[in-house]
Design a protein around this ligand. Sequence first.
Ligand SMILES: [Zn+2]
Ligand SMILES: [Zn+2]
Length: 343
Amino acid sequence: MSFWALVEKGKPLQAWEHLAEPSGANTVRVQVAGCGLCHTDIGFMFSEVPTRKALPVVLGHEISGTVLDGPLAGQQVLVPAVMPCGQCAACRAGYERTCPHQIMPGNDVHGGFGPWIEVPQSALVPLPQMISPTELAQFAVIADAVTTPLQAIHNLGLATHDVAIVIGCGGVGSFACLLAKARGAFVIAMDIDDNKLEKMKGLGIDETLNTRGLSFKDIKGFVKSVCQKNDWPAFGHRILETSGSKIGQETAFGLLSMAARMAVVGFTLDKVEVRLSNLMAFDAQVIGNWGASPSIYPEAIEIALTGALHLDQMTRLEPLQNINSIIENVHHHGTDRRVVFTP
Ligand SMILES: [Zn+2]
Ligand SMILES: [Zn+2]
């Protein structure tokens, strides 16, 4: 069975039969059950964004599996996409997401596009109950596509009967919608793809809007009218920008009103022009989060175990050996489900 490494940017991943990597102290091997394909992986392959570890690097940072060695052997686990050291000043001060010693698989160390991965044992998140191999593979997406928006929802202080507005219903955005719904919020989903919006509607999201071609005034008018129609609050809206696009960020910022909060979840190198003083005038906030804290994971797993994330409809399992053709396809045509590779 092969590991799949990025050897040269812009080229397909290359199969490696062996990983010649010395094992570190306190690390264990986890047999990979599933490893999700994230836009960050595609970015490492096709954009100028570099991996922190010099190439070649086995990509993949959304990993679930079963521990192979040590005292946890046999335990089903998630491997967090960002693993803080837990010891440094930043970690001890509660800023573990910014830990300068953090390890991200498929970036700082070899990742999950292979039969197994070696990770610090202390970073693993055990599942509270045994689940089937298929479910375990689907649970891989929790390690990034689910926990990252859940962290944003925590940072926003999203509560029951708040209005949540999610901009962009791709992988992370669609989970943001379902997580907000699971919290009892009223959810408005926006995207430029009717299929994604239909899917969200089918999974119980309250209101959807295709923003393609709409003026900002139209979008704002839509939010106002659905809040009036449904008797939802007109203040304190919680906005999650997950599209990682300039227009999405501008729209999200523009939707800030009284006591609103906005989470920047998506990433773009583009700059936007906004009137920052709106934050002061509206008593509003904009918050970002780099991944999720380890403390978020048990809650994310609990929500997934209730079925509220519809992982069977939100993910598609694909054989790892087809990785290059599938990445090629997702890169050019996108995907309606989060792809999870299974070795
Ligand atoms: Zn990712
Ligand atoms: Zn640290």
